[in-house]
Design a protein around this ligand. Structure first.
Ligand SMILES: [Zn+2]
Ligand SMILES: [Zn+2]
Length: 162
């Protein structure tokens, strides 16, 4: 991953964290809520615990293994779209014995997190690898072959030819 890509990802991550309706002030005493990790916040004065949307959904799913998105949304007040986004960002993982939560965007198989089932994801990677192999092969031919291929980009790389 390039430096730019990593920065982009971090920015997205931070933006996602900020949109999870983090509790800023304590519901009980009005003091500042301090971030404790994984969606949990604690009042610095009275110790009251509260959660952002991510924390709420996470807690609900941990207590209700078989719940689906609609049920989690109704119980937590977090929109179904937000819950699906959390799942897609792989911020939430569904328990193995859960009935369903997400579907693979390619084949529709039930999945626990991310956007694709392991089979489709592997197939997708195989495709990328095959493409990488082909373009590497092409580079090899441009770099070392004595046979000149005409009219293709990269012909400037024929510097090794006699
Ligand atoms: Zn408080
Ligand atoms: Zn699939």
């Amino acid at each position: 991953m390039s430096r730019e890509e990593r920065i982009e990802m971090l920015k997205k991550e931070l933006k996602a964290v900020n949109t999870y309706n983090r509790p800023t002030y304590c519901e009980k005493c009005g003091a500042v809520m301090v971030f404790k990790g994984v969606g949990e916040y604690q009042c610095e004065k009275c110790g009251y615990l509260d959660y952002d949307d991510y924390g709420k959904v996470r807690n609900y799913i941990e207590k209700h293994m078989g719940a689906n998105v609609a049920e989690a949304s109704k119980a937590t007040g977090v929109t179904q779209k937000a819950i699906r986004d959390m799942l897609k960002e792989a911020r939430l993982e569904i328990a193995p014995n859960s009935t369903f939560f997400l579907r693979c965007e390619i084949c529709g198989a039930a999945i626990r997190w991310g956007r694709f089932c392991p089979k489709c994801e592997t197939a997708h990677h195989r495709e990328l690898e095959e493409m990488a192999r082909k373009s590497r092969h092409r580079d090899d031919m441009f770099g070392y072959s004595t046979e000149r291929r005409q009219g293709e980009e990269g012909s400037k790389r024929f510097t090794r030819e006699e």
